[in-house]
Design a protein around this ligand. Structure first.
Ligand SMILES: [Zn+2]
Length: 295
């Protein structure tokens, strides 16, 4: 056989890059950073979208049907997933990484860097058989590099939060999403709409109770998750007299066009500056560069 014909045979039998679906939370960035070019990664929940109310599109169902592996956050972050059928392995990464016995665990576990690091372990383990032995060493190398940056993110975050006066280490947010973050850094979490309303409905008595709780908390800001802020949050801010934060906190996943490291440092800086502390942006940028350099 001629060399050209041999080459044709090899090309014809070379398998296409496997396709992996990263559904929600921060898995889009974690999966892409882990696999680089060794798999085609489709991300289902767009950055900034609300996974809790998401409806899957036809193209999402097609991606799920043709995937070799589906990585989801789990803990019902995206309730629309309950109704899907996939033949590929479906791995609930956060549930494996951070097991919980709570009846209603906070699904946003990645806001603690050590828990995010455990998610990287689980995602890498699930990806290993899909990427094959040829990619095993590079997958493990990237996993370790990512975890090194997440370790530095943890100490950087703790340093920034220490600049906030103790009585202002409180996080007033629309929904319960930062319990992992609050637990890790000694912050009191006050998820106002979840705590005081049923189904997001705000009664006048609830508005009074929320405003009282916010004033009593010592918080200098009410944090927002989307801009412009909802009418409910604007009312809460007006009645309590506590201003809305100027930048949003990214509770449900990645900020548009950003990696998890950029999103996480942005969240920390938004919290710290609104509560009277100082944020070291240049060291945050250095962390981002290290994450970007992972190949
Ligand atoms: Zn959420």
């Amino acid at each position: 056989m001629q060399p050209a014909a041999l080459l044709g045979l090899v090309l014809a039998s070379a398998p296409a890059a496997p396709s992996v679906v990263a559904v929600d939370g921060v898995l889009c960035d974690f999966t892409r950073t882990l696999v680089q070019g060794a798999a085609r990664v489709t991300c289902l929940v767009p950055p900034g979208a609300d996974p809790h109310g998401l409806a899957l599109k036809g193209s999402d169902r097609q991606a799920l049907a043709s995937a070799r592996l589906v990585l989801t956050n789990g803990y019902n972050l995206t309730p629309a997933l309950k109704r899907i059928r996939v033949s590929a392995p479906l791995v609930a990464v956060a549930e494996r990484a951070v097991p919980s016995r709570s009846k209603s665990p906070d699904p946003h576990v990645w806001h603690s860097p050590s828990q995010a690091s455990a998610m990287v372990d689980e995602a890498a383990e699930a990806l290993q058989p899909v990427l094959g032995s040829a990619n095993a060493a590079s997958l493990q190398r990237r996993r370790k590099s990512m975890q090194a940056v997440l370790g530095k993110l943890d100490s950087w975050s703790a340093q920034q939060i220490q600049t906030v006066p103790q009585q202002q280490r409180v996080l007033v947010t629309p929904h319960r999403a930062f319990s992992a973050f609050a637990d890790r850094y000694g912050i009191r979490e006050l998820p106002v709409v979840d705590s005081f309303t049923t189904g997001g409905l705000l009664r006048p008595s609830s508005l009074a109770a929320i405003s009282q709780a916010i004033r009593a908390s010592g918080s200098k800001a009410v944090f927002v998750e989307v801009l412009p802020p909802s009418k409910t949050l604007r009312r809460i801010s007006a009645v309590s007299g506590v201003p809305l934060a100027k930048s949003p906190l990214y509770a449900d996943g990645l900020a548009p066009g950003k990696t998890w490291i950029e999103t996480a440092t942005s969240n920390v800086c938004t919290f710290v500056t609104a509560q009277g502390g100082r944020c070291d942006q240049s060291s945050a940028n250095a962390l981002q560069k290290q994450w970007d350099a992972i190949q």
